[in-house]
Design a protein around this ligand. Structure first.
Ligand SMILES: NC(=O)c1ccc[n+]([C@@H]2O[C@H](COP(=O)([O-])OP(=O)(O)OC[C@H]3O[C@@H](n4cnc5c(N)ncnc54)[C@H](OP(=O)(O)O)[C@@H]3O)[C@@H](O)[C@H]2O)c1
Length: 891
């Protein structure tokens, strides 16, 4: 149906003003397609005729779609000439037939009738099964009337895609297309455009050419539809040259004095920018790394300087409290703490904690403190780093800085008032013309609001990060990287992806597998006892069953209980492996945990637990594996690294680390290292667990093998978007095979159109995820109204009363007045999101979270809701009036 939606959108999008679109649906039945399409049609410009042979469906349609005033409900038996049933010939621009035409007994007669309804150039949209289901004969075939055309039989009344093309061309359709173009799940959308014979005097449906073929082609299927061509499921990060911001534009924008908060680095790049800012007359507050919070507030405002301990959340609070006391509200933050002298920088395990403090935690605490201090003004945060991005593929990288990227990507999703950018640079000798040039470019960059979130400067050039699709077809056969009887270490080896890839290695090369995880697992000689004393659906029993299958395929298995982030434990795993199997030939790092949660409520330990397996764990592996010559090192990252949802700052950061580490490792010693940004896997595993939480709906409990392609329950069962393009286990393995045969160092796997998703800025994705990862507030009004500058004013009408109820529940405050400022009442951006989400549900409105930042009082929000209602009512009145007139005319 999504393709149908895309085509209908295209049709309505190209509709000239003042033209009415005349749509007829044949055999509307339960209105499944109708329900999808009606919201897309412009109410003032559409006449929709919902037809069926049964009065029951017409009546139920009337009830279901009573909210759409532009629908007519009429009988139509498409097997009989429409003109004999009161339909004017060639009077419709679009005819839709969803899963209905195959039921008619003579397709030639049916299509002749359909064609007679369509205006010249009109469109016929057919949704049909194009492959017979095996059990069709038994369930439906016997109930059908005898078929009169030769192409079909009772056992298979469906036409194939090719047969549809032929039969439509035979019936006066000139442009015929079928979607999807490649492999489908037995269903196609067929689109035919009616010919425009000279002899026909009826006005043409469309005078402009419709390029629906491009719209609905496989590359641009609606968001989250699976692309049937697996070769197109692969994307890579790609850097695009772009122009540096114009210095004069920068000057213009920078002319207003603002308050800049600059976290200066030891190398001195920030200091050079400081000078420029002071010259321009801005208030500049510098923040340096120290042991504790200290500062001198006696200095002039343009010279305020503080030190804070990056590990201390309280220091950030103290800083903002002090700034507020001085009447300073920063509008720009420049964060230079990730600019380090590369030669002097320690990397690896020894330096990881310090690096996180200066990057990830610094940004986390900064945003938390802003929120606590109610600094909700528009803010631009720019995080400057060096040697973080692999732009040329030659840079020596500091992967420990990469976690800041998750923060840059997620903060704006949760705080609509904050714009975040990451700018990565390479440093030349201090004082050189290159550095001067860089400072010039950065200064221009800081002074304007460039839209790109991820930027890099290399030499004279500015680059921005984009995503490109790459084709990995079957020829990318990764088996050549595997050794017969090879020794492979899989961390998180008893998880969904770990076990799936283990089974592939067992099957193809009878591998010797080392599977690790933190949980205890029964030793091999305890398996039978375990199986006998536990139910079949016990999780461990299930895993034992799978391991036994691997052994049958010829694999040898060593299961080791070890936390991948624990150096000593992993050293022991390696020692045991060497003792039993010898050298390790390859590694798959699949250990990970999800742990979503919004920034406002993220405790350090929660963030740490998510970073641990992927950040510290990878560095531990790097340490314990340094003496091995690996054939490959696969890091299981996630699509959340590049397209995170709100609530995923730590998870996205952890995966960004894996991505940069893979580039780093490739450059460092040429080992084939690749970070795979997996999309969702179906059946079990992290995505399914997250989906359960998100949908709060019970997904079918099945053995994950049952979820394999051949026997899968239809994906449409899921309510959760991000599972809709999930991969089956067999598909995941095929994807892995192709990736193993590539020479990339990072690849993003997306069965749906990733680029379209990146461009989808739907605020509701953000909202719904925040709702899902956060428990709703208790609803208890426990606190009295705080002392505010304004007096309490009671609500004056029903809308204000209802809004106050919502505010009271979310804020937990007993009495709230209509002029009280949400943020002065203790609200923060997370609570603002909850308020707007509830208000939208209550009032069927589409307020954005920004409204709370712009107009944070009940009186203002209520005014906005009233305006929305008024506009909707006016539209409704207008439609009623026009339709009413037309009805009179028809009568
Ligand atoms: N499944 C998906 O849809 C999906 C999508 C995108 C990315 N990914 C990534 O792919 C990887 C595997 O995902 P999955 O779905 O297979 O997840 P899973 O079923 O939850 O398996 C993850 C495994 O990692 C182990 N683990 C967690 N922390 C560990 C630690 N500190 N040390 C050692 N083992 C640890 C867990 O076992 P213990 O609890 O016993 O330690 C578990 O068996 C993850 O890194 C995930 O981020 C998965």
């Amino acid at each position: 149906n999504s393709i149908l939606r895309v085509i209908v959108k295209q049709v309505t999008g190209s509709l000239p003003q003042l033209t009415n679109l005349r749509v007829l649906e044949v055999g509307g039945g339960q209105g499944l397609a109708t329900r999808e399409l009606l919201p897309l049609l412009p109410s003032k410009q559409t006449n929709y005729t919902f037809t069926d042979v049964g009065g029951y469906f017409l009546n139920s349609g009337k009830k279901k779609f009573s909210g759409y005033p532009f629908i007519d409900y009429r009988f139509l038996d498409i097997e009989q000439p429409p003109s004999e049933q009161g339909y004017e010939s060639h009077s419709f621009d679009v005819v839709i037939a969803a899963n209905v035409l195959h039921v008619t007994k003579n397709m030639d007669a049916t299509l002749h009738h359909v064609r007679s309804l369509l205006a010249p150039n009109g469109l016929l949209l057919i949704l049909e099964i194009t492959e017979a289901a095996l059990d069709f004969d038994i369930t439906w075939g016997l109930l059908m009337n005898p078929l009169e055309d030769e192409e079909r039989s009772l056992g298979n009344p469906f036409l194939s895609k090719q047969q549809w093309r032929e039969v439509l061309l035979r019936h006066g359709f000139v442009e015929v297309a079928a979607f999807p173009e490649g492999e489908s799940l037995g269903q196609h959308i067929l689109v035919g455009q009616a010919s425009m014979p000279d002899t026909l005097s009826a006005p043409a449906a469309f005078t402009v050419p419709l390029d629906y073929k491009d719209t609905a082609g496989p590359n641009s299927q609606a968001l989250l539809d699976k692309n049937p061509d697996m070769a197109e499921w692969f994307y890579v990060p790609s850097w695009k040259r772009s122009t540096t911001p114009l210095p004069f534009a920068a000057k213009e924008q920078a002319s207003q004095p603002e308050c800049w908060l600059v976290f200066v680095d030891e190398w001195g790049l920030g200091a050079q920018i400081l000078k420029r800012l002071e010259l321009e007359g801005h208030d500049v507050v510098t923040v340096r790394i120290g042991d504790q919070f200290s500062g001198n507030n006696k200095l002039a405002q343009s010279q305020l300087a503080y030190t804070i301990n990056p590990q201390q959340r309280d220091d950030y609070d103290a800083l903002f409290k002090e700034l507020l006391a001085l009447g300073l509200r920063p509008t720009r933050v420049l964060h230079f703490w990730n600019v380090t002298s590369h030669e002097k920088t320690e990397s690896g395990l020894a330096a990881i904690d310090q690096a996180q403090a200066k990057g990830f935690y610094s940004l986390l605490f900064l945003v938390q403190a802003l929120s606590t201090q109610n600094l909700v003004d528009e803010l631009q945060v720019t995080v400057i780093s060096n040697n973080l991005q692999s732009v040329t593929g030659e840079e020596l990288l500091s992967p420990e800085k990469a976690t800041l990227l998750g923060a840059v990507r997620v903060i704006p999703l949760e705080y609509p008032n904050i714009r975040c950018r990451s700018i990565d640079v390479l440093l030349s000798e201090g004082g050189s013309w290159q550095v001067e040039n860089l400072v010039e470019n950065l200064f221009a960059e800081f002074s304007v609001n460039t839209p790109e979130p991820i930027i890099a400067y290399r030499g004279m050039h500015r680059w921005t990060l984009t995503i490109e699709q790459v084709r990995l077809d079957e020829a990318f056969e990764g088996i050549s990287r595997l050794r017969e009887g090879g020794v492979y270490l899989i961390t998180g080896g008893l998880g969904t992806i770990g076990l799936a890839l283990a089974s592939y290695l067992a099957q193809t090369v009878q591998a010797k597998l080392v599977l690790t995880g933190r949980s205890a697992f029964p030793a091999k000689d305890e398996w039978e006892t375990w199986l006998n004393s536990h139910e079949e659906d016990d999780e461990v029993s299930d895993k034992i069953g799978r391991l036994k299958k691997l052994e049958k395929l010829g694999a040898e298995i060593l299961i080791a209980q070890a936390d991948v982030a624990d150096l000593e434990a992993m050293q022991q795993v390696i020692a045991r492996t060497q003792e039993r199997f010898g050298q390790i030939n390859g590694v798959i790092h699949a250990a990970g945990i999800l742990g979503d949660g919004v920034i406002g409520r993220k405790a350090r330990k929660d963030a740490e637990s998510v970073l641990l397996p992927k950040v510290r764990g990878t560095l531990v592996l790097d340490e314990v594996l340094k003496t091995f010559e690996l054939d490959f090192w696969i890091l299981c990252s996630s699509r959340a690294s590049v397209t995170p949802l709100a609530g995923q700052m730590s998870y996205s950061s952890a995966n960004n680390f894996l991505d940069v580490f893979a580039h780093h490792e490739t450059v460092r010693d040429g080992t084939f290292t690749i970070s795979i940004n997996w999309g969702s896997w179906l059946g079990s595993g992290m995505a399914v667990e997250a989906a359960k939480k998100l949908a709060q709906t019970q997904l079918p409990q099945t053995d994950s093998d049952d979820w394999d392609k051949d026997s899968a329950a239809p994906i449409s069962k899921f309510k959760v978007d991000f599972l809709k393009d999930g991969v089956f286990i067999s598909e995941g393995i095929e994807v892995f095979k192709r990736i193993l045969g590539s020479n990339l160092s990072q690849v993003i796997v997306s069965a749906s159109d990733l680029i379209a998703q990146i461009n989808d800025e739907s605020i509701y994705r953000t909202l719904s995820n925040i709702e899902a990862v956060e428990e709703p507030s208790s609803g208890l009004s426990t606190h009295p109204r705080p002392d505010l500058n304004n007096a309490y004013v009671a609500p004056r009408n029903e809308i204000e009363k209802m809004l106050i109820d919502i505010w009271q529940e979310v804020l937990g405050i007993g009495q709230i007045g209509i002029y009280d400022n949400f943020f002065e009442l203790g609200g923060d951006s997370l609570l603002a999101t909850q308020v707007i989400s509830r208000a939208n549900k209550t009032f069927h409105a589409e307020l954005s979270v920004n409204s709370m930042f712009e107009i944070p009082t009940v009186a203002d929000i209520s005014e906005q809701i009233k305006n929305i209602r008024l506009t909707t009512q006016k539209q409704q009145d207008f439609t009623d009036a026009t339709l009413g007139k037309r009805d009179e005319g028809v009568l």
